[in-house]
Design a protein around this ligand. Structure first.
Ligand SMILES: [Zn+2]
Length: 294
């Protein structure tokens, strides 16, 4: 039973969709209230929003592993903010909040994507429910690479969580389509939890398709750490489309293609995400999986 739910927006200060959705919902609280649980809203990083940046000192959505939360010598703005949010919603390990929805956007052409952070029938049925009502939603899983304690995402404070991730939208920009998709997905998640709590879940398909995270790949660098290539035009905007062995991933500034060296078909996500340039990350590689929903 989920009793306490938090919707977080603005974990990244330049992802305006979640921030303006929060404003809308704070002014129209009935939109996010349901009979069987309480919903509250949290503005993740208002200082970064004021500065029109993703973060001030470090990425807030990487500050929530247990060791770092307990380390009092860490006093950067996001390190302190993470501890505040952990007090407000957590503490991680024994949290007041049962479920967190963290609303993000991406500059990549991922469409409306539901990121599942844990395994199990509850999550699979949640994903199926969202997809039954919004067939364009892509399900992306990264459930078993880290324990919840090690997990560094804000949403990992709660025992249960998902991230809403919609794009493409530039940083610090609002787009009507992305705003609407983000809102619909979030409200469908609330509807699912209401049906789950009140034992009224509908019949689900036996399985649904999803993508599961394998690894991130970096932009090619020279020995001085400078970028020597960019994302190849053939995969630009092709999030969740197949990448075959030998297919070009990058092109150097001299025009030479750098190809995918793996020996199986994979699928890209967060392809050329603007926010990942600070780490020289080029994309995530995913595999196709099926989730059992009954
Ligand atoms: Zn984000």
């Amino acid at each position: 039973m989920i009793k306490q739910l938090a919707i977080v927006g603005g974990t990244h200060g330049n992802e305006f969709t979640g921030i303006y959705l929060l404003k809308k919902w704070q002014d129209n609280i009935e939109l996010i209230q349901r009979g069987s649980f309480n919903t509250e809203t949290v503005f993740g990083n208002p200082e970064a929003y004021q500065a029109n940046k993703r973060y001030i000192n470090s990425d807030l959505n990487r500050r929530f592993n247990q060791v770092e939360l307990e380390n009092r010598t860490l006093t950067g703005l996001e390190e302190v903010r993470a501890k505040q949010i952990n007090q407000q919603l957590g503490p991680k390990g024994d949290p007041r909040i049962d479920f967190i929805i963290d609303v993000h956007t991406t500059t990549s052409n991922m469409g409306p994507t539901l990121l599942l952070t844990a395994k199990g029938k509850f999550y699979n049925q949640l994903a199926a429910y969202v997809q039954m009502n919004m067939p364009e939603v892509v399900i992306s899983c990264d459930e078993d690479h880290k324990t919840n304690q090690e997990q560094h995402f804000l949403s990992s404070i709660a025992k249960h969580s998902v991230m809403v991730e919609v794009g493409p939208v530039p940083q610090s920009v609002l787009r009507h389509d992305v705003f609407e998709q983000s809102e619909r997905m979030t409200l469908l998640i609330l509807d699912f939890i209401e049906l789950y709590n009140t034992d009224q879940l509908p019949q689900f398909p036996v399985t649904i398709d999803a993508f599961r995270f394998l690894e991130t790949i970096s932009l090619p660098l020279n020995s001085k750490g400078e970028r020597i290539a960019m994302i190849h035009r053939d995969i630009q905007d092709k999030d969740f489309a197949a990448i075959e062995p030998g297919q070009p991933l990058f092109v150097t500034f001299a025009g030479e293609e750098i190809c995918y060296q793996g020996d199986t078909t994979v699928y890209g996500s967060f392809i050329n995400e603007a926010a990942y340039y600070d780490n020289n990350l080029a994309m995530s590689l995913m595999e196709k999986v099926t989730l059992n929903c009954r």
